[in-house]
Design a protein. Structure first.
Length: 223
């Protein structure tokens, strides 16, 4: 079967440090063609490093946003200066685009794991475009508020709106860069497969999708 087993690449197994020359062969009956040229990895599995880096990124991003959300909740319930604003309707379309991008990403990964790289690339780029459409829609939402005379400094509520959406947009742009990296990089001579990196990138993308859903509901009901 083409490609490598993504679960094997992402498995967090400690490196063999007993000096046994690359460790034991896998117990799953490897036929010698599924390793993808990975060989011994004295510095640790590249896929493991990717997944660890993404994990730390998601934890730090969660802590960052939770600090802002905590301030939002406290001021929303205690401040007499909280003034509501009209919620930009385009945010509904933006949310739909981001949810659709998670679907196309999963379809793309399925094509790649089935050895259909051309179909993978097409769906992967569709995911990237949907992410860019989301960011463009966010800018349109800011312009819509500005057209109403609502700016970041206008009220406490609008200030939180701009800060939360801008911060999320900046982190999502990082995810778009990662999508482009997976699409254009040549993995022929790499120590990690495209499927393994795509899997790790999908963790971050779905995380940003879920984070936006939380922020969307928070801003809609708390504005």
């Amino acid at each position: 079967m083409p490609g490598t087993n993504v679960l094997d690449e992402l498995e967090l197994v400690p490196d063999d440090v007993g000096g046994r020359g690359g460790g034991r062969p896998p117990d799953r009956g490897d036929d010698g063609g599924g390793s993808g040229g990975r060989g011994p990895s004295p510095g640790g599995s590249p896929a493991r490093k990717y997944s660890t880096a993404i994990l730390f990124a998601m934890v730090s991003i969660t802590m960052f946003f939770m600090a802002i959300v905590a301030a939002f909740i406290v001021l929303r319930s205690t401040s007499a200066l909280w003034v509501k604003f009209q919620f930009p309707k385009i945010l509904w379309a933006n949310t739909a685009a981001l949810l659709a991008s998670s679907l196309t990403m999963e379809l793309a990964k399925r094509k790649l794991n089935g050895g259909r790289e051309a179909a993978f690339r097409k769906l992967w780029w569709v995911t990237t475009v949907l992410g860019l459409l989301f960011l463009t829609g966010q800018v349109v939402a800011w312009r819509e508020l500005a057209g109403q005379g609502v700016y970041a400094s206008s009220t406490i509520a609008s200030g939180f709106f701009y800060v939360l959406t801008a911060a999320h947009g900046a982190h999502l742009f990082g995810g778009i860069c990662a999508l482009a990296y997976v699409a254009v990089r040549r993995f022929d001579a790499a120590r990690v497969s495209r499927a393994a990196v795509a899997e790790v990138v999908s963790y971050y993308w779905h995380f940003m999708d879920g984070l936006w859903m939380f922020l969307f509901l928070l801003l809609y009901f708390g504005r």
